[in-house]
Design a protein. Structure first.
Length: 267
């Protein structure tokens, strides 16, 4: 894995915070980012994914410091789809990344590979970078997990590729068995799987299926200290509950700063 790539650090707040708490958190994170050398020099690309109601407030508070994302999007761009939010709307209010295919969406809301495929296409169609969450269901051999994840990536992109729709894709490797666990997957497992995904993603970029700026990050009980162990195999890290305390995010930015700098890529 080339260390010339900037470290991509993402945070999803899921539904843990209320609206006011989310905005306060964004204020704190914006202050940290504005003063941190890792963000100023481009050593880190930072993105934040709050709940829907807080998206516009996050865009305002993090402008120029972090990209803001959404946790889901509709497969359609407009129409009679009560309760849905389209990629068109998200792009209009300043969103640039969107989660697709998270394990919780698959498990709790029945999202099938077909739905993940359609949402990936909708994101790319609207100029959004899908944070495409893939991972194996059960803990096992890393080479088997890698093959499974590459197949998931190809399937998610199949519809967009057939339509000639391309863009940046952020692959978030999150083994389902590590989400919410006391500890992340071990470093060897993470780097083995992510290196295979990265190699395949590079092949897809060479074929014009995705942009060369596409990236692979690890999530699943990720927190401070992990990035240093796995940087050789990943482009970054996807944080959840461990970033609820902005001070923990500062520690991750400190880690990233020690790992080299590059120019930022996120829009």
């Amino acid at each position: 894995m080339s260390t010339e790539r900037p470290v991509l650090v993402g945070v999803s707040l899921k539904m843990y915070f209320g609206h006011r708490q989310t905005l306060d958190w964004c204020e704190a994170v914006g202050g940290i980012a504005a003063g941190h050398e890792a963000v100023r020099t481009g050593a880190v690309e930072l993105f934040v994914i709050p709940g829907y109601l807080s998206v516009t407030g996050a865009v305002e508070r993090l402008a120029g410091l972090a990209a803001v994302g959404a946790q889901d999007l509709s497969t359609a761009d407009r129409g009679a789809f009560t309760g849905e939010v389209s990629g068109t709307e998200l792009r209009e209010v300043g969103v640039s990344v969107v989660e697709v295919g998270h394990a919780e969406r698959r498990r709790l809301f029945g999202e099938t590979p077909e739905v993940v495929r359609a949402k990936t296409t909708a994101a790319l169609r609207n100029g959004l970078a899908p944070v495409l969450c893939i991972g194996e269901s059960h803990q096992g051999d890393p080479s088997t997990a890698a093959a499974d994840c590459v197949a998931q990536l190809d399937d998610a992109l199949r519809e967009a590729a057939a339509a000639g729709i391309t863009g940046r894709v952020i692959v978030a490797y999150e083994p389902h068995w590590a989400i919410g666990a006391p500890a992340p997957a071990d470093g060897h497992h993470i780097t083995t799987v992510c290196e295979a995904i990265r190699s395949h993603l590079d092949d897809l970029a060479g074929s014009g299926v995705v942009w060369a700026s596409s990236a692979v990050i690890y999530g699943g009980s990720a927190g401070p200290g992990l990035l240093t162990d796995i940087r050789a195999g990943v482009d970054g890290i996807f944080l959840g509950r461990f970033a609820h305390d902005p001070a923990a995010l500062t520690l991750v930015l400190d880690e990233a700063l020690a790992l080299g700098t590059s120019e930022p890529r996120l829009p």
